[in-house]
Ligand binder design. Structure first.
Ligand code: DX5
Ligand code: ZN
Length: 214
């Protein structure tokens, strides 16, 4: 299982310490949640924080854009250090163009789906994606309750991947812990995001190990 701890739940007063902790842990990626207060009802952080994280790790930065008009910022996210850039289906009118621009910039391209968005909207573009992010909460906040329907959605997405001979990774974000993570693994998830479960635990390194072992 690929594990991508969400920096959103870290201690921002100690971002260097927490980034180094994740760097030394078994985490595969670092999940970076960018929120603009327009696409989602919350504001998180932008380029300076991403650049600060980039300075302290060479692990894959898995950037999740919860912003309107992501096309305006793709190059800036590449310059700030993003390795995987995931945009929301619901925020992109011309998703095909957006995905190709992300790839032209040398990043892996992901698409996130809100809980209400059916996976079938990706049928025509499945072959061009590096990652699909299934939201198992409504985006905007850490620490929310897992929406159980996400598990079936993962299973159906895996079937779609086979049907289309596509190769994207399936990542799930929101309310992930050992119990929900195990269900998601059985359904076919390749990568799990976990914020409050990692940073709210007394031993984040051990918690990451436990998620890795799912
Ligand atoms: C939610 C974010 C998530 C969040 C997950 O909008 O996209 O990445 O950090 O937090 P937990 O794991 O606490 O649900
Ligand atoms: Zn996220």
């Amino acid at each position: 299982m690929l594990v991508s701890p969400s920096v959103l739940s870290c201690d921002f007063g100690n971002i260097e310490r927490d980034t180094k902790m994740l760097h030394s842990s078994a985490a595969d990626w670092l999940h970076i949640d960018v929120m603009d207060g327009v696409f989602v009802p919350n504001i998180s952080f932008g380029f300076p924080i991403l650049e600060a994280i980039r300075k302290h790790t060479d692990k894959t930065l898995d950037v999740h854009l919860m912003i309107a008009n992501p096309d305006n910022y793709l190059e800036a996210f590449q310059k700030a250090g993003a390795d995987i850039l995931t945009v929301h289906y619901e925020a992109c009118t011309h998703l095909h163009r957006t995905i190709h621009r992300i790839k032209e910039l040398g990043m892996k391209a992901g698409v996130a789906l809100n809980p209400h968005t059916p996976i079938e909207v990706l049928t025509e573009i499945a072959n061009q994606l590096d990652l699909v992010l299934i939201m198992s909460v409504n985006p905007g906040f850490g620490g929310q309750k897992f929406i159980a329907e996400a598990t079936q959605k993962v299973a159906r997405l895996k079937a779609l991947r086979t049907q289309k001979s596509a190769s994207f990774l399936i990542e799930v974000d929101g309310g992930v812990n050992l119990e929900t993570g195990t269900q998601l693994s059985i359904a076919g998830a390749d990568a799990l995001v976990a914020g409050s479960f990692v940073f709210g635990s007394s031993d984040p390194i051990a918690t990451i190990n436990a998620l890795k072992a799912i």
